[in-house]
Design a protein around this ligand. Structure first.
Ligand code: C5P
Length: 298
C-alpha cells in the first residue's frame, strides 16, 4: 500500500509589510519568510475513504481542515490519479499561532501526493494550486527563505538565511488573521520595515543587517486586539533579547540570535516565566529537500 511521511516545517516572518488594502478585501503585502526547525509529521495512506486523524483536539477533524482540503483539491484536479487518502497529522507546531501550521500541513499533503502519485508537478505548478487554498500555502511548498508579495501567494526564492537561533513563545490563546487584518488601518502605518535592507542582508549573508531589518506592521493591530501579546514582547525584551518580533498575524513572538549559545542562555532565563517557550533555529534547503519520504511502492 502506497504511503508517504512528510515533515511539514513552520515559518516565521522576518519582515511583514502591508502596502495597501485591495479591492478584493485582501491586503497587498511584502514579506520575507523563513522556514524553521519546528514541524508537524504527516502520514498519508491510500484508503477506502478520505479521512483525517490527529493528536491535537484543537483542529477541525473534518473536510474543513486545510490538509483534507488539499486532498480533495488534488483529487478534483487529477481525476483517476489520486486515490482516497487517510491523513494522520502529528501536530507539534502551535495552532492559530502565526507560524503557518495549517498552511504547512496543507502544502505537505500536496507535496506528498505529487510524489506518491507521480503527478510530476513543478514547484511553480504546486504553488499555483496551493494559492487557491490560502495566502501562506505557496511559501510552504518551497522555501526555506523567500519573498512573498501580492496577498502573500507570489513567491520569489531568496538566498538562504545564515543560521539564526530562535526562542519562540506562543501565548495560550490564538488570534484570528481576518480580525487582525480587519483592524489594521494601512494609512496610519507610520513606519514601514525596510524589506530591501533585509534582502540585501540575505544576499550579503550579513546576519546583523538581517536582524536589524526585522519588522512587522501587523504588531500594532494584534496588540490592540490582544494587549497580552505586547506584554509578552516587552517581557521578552526585558530578559535580554535585542531582536524580538511577532510572527505573521501573531500571537507567537520570537527572539532571534546569531549565536546558538546566546539563544540557549536566553531560553534558560526565559523558561521559568514562559514554560512553553521553544528553542529552535532556521533551516536550510538541504533539510527542506528531504521532507517527503514515499514507501510501499511495488
Ligand atoms: O488567504 P487566507 O485564507 O490565509 O487569508 C485569511 C484572511 O486573512 C483573508 O480572508 C483576509 O481577511 C486576511 N488577509 C488579508 N490580506 C492578506 C492575507 C490575508 O487581508 N494578504
Amino acid at each position: 500500500m502506497l504511503q508517504a511521511k512528510i515533515t511539514a516545517y513552520a515559518k516565521i516572518n522576518l519582515v511583514l509589510d502591508v502596502l495597501r488594502k485591495r479591492e478584493d478585501g485582501y491586503h497587498e503585502v511584502a514579506m520575507v519568510m523563513q522556514a524553521v526547525d519546528l514541524s508537524d509529521t504527516i502520514h498519508l495512506k491510500e484508503s477506502e475513504r478520505n479521512w483525517i486523524t490527529t493528536n491535537n483536539r484543537h483542529i477541525p477533524m473534518n473536510m474543513n481542515n486545510l490538509a483534507m482540503r488539499a486532498v480533495t483539491l488534488m483529487q478534483r484536479e487529477f481525476p483517476g490519479k489520486v486515490p482516497k487518502m487517510e491523513v494522520d497529522l502529528e501536530k507539534r507546531i502551535p495552532v492559530a499561532a502565526g507560524m503557518a501550521g495549517g498552511s504547512t500541513d496543507c502544502a505537505g499533503v500536496m507535496l506528498g501526493i505529487n510524489q506518491m502519485c507521480n503527478l510530476g508537478l513543478t514547484q511553480k505548478e504546486l504553488e499555483l494550486l496551493a494559492a487557491q487554498l490560502g495566502s501562506d500555502i505557496p511559501f510552504c511548498i518551497g522555501g526555506p527563505t523567500a519573498l512573498a508579495t501580492g496577498r502573500g501567494e507570489l513567491i520569489e526564492p531568496l538566498p538562504e538565511c545564515p543560521e539564526l537561533h530562535l526562542v519562540v513563545v506562543k501565548p495560550p490563546f490564538g488570534v484570528s488573521t481576518p480580525k487582525v487584518y480587519g483592524n489594521l488601518r494601512v494609512d496610519e502605518i507610520t513606519e514601514h520595515p525596510d524589506v530591501q535592507a533585509c534582502i540585501h542582508g540575505l544576499q550579503m549573508k550579513d546576519t546583523k543587517q538581517i536582524l536589524n531589518s526585522m519588522g512587522n506592521v501587523l504588531e500594532k493591530s494584534t496588540f490592540e486586539l490582544q494587549p497580552k501579546v505586547k506584554l509578552i514582547k516587552d517581557g521578552m525584551r526585558t530578559h535580554g533579547a535585542q531582536h524580538v518580533l511577532m510572527s505573521g498575524s501573531g500571537p507567537t513572538v520570537f527572539a532571534a540570535f546569531e549565536e546558538k549559545k546566546e539563544a540557549e542562555q536566553y531560553y534558560n532565563r526565559l523558561k521559568p516565566q514562559y514554560p512553553g517557550a521553544i528553542l529552535t533555529r532556521t533551516i536550510n534547503k538541504k533539510q527542506l529537500d528531504e521532507r517527503v519520504e514515499v514507501y510501499g511502492r511495488e
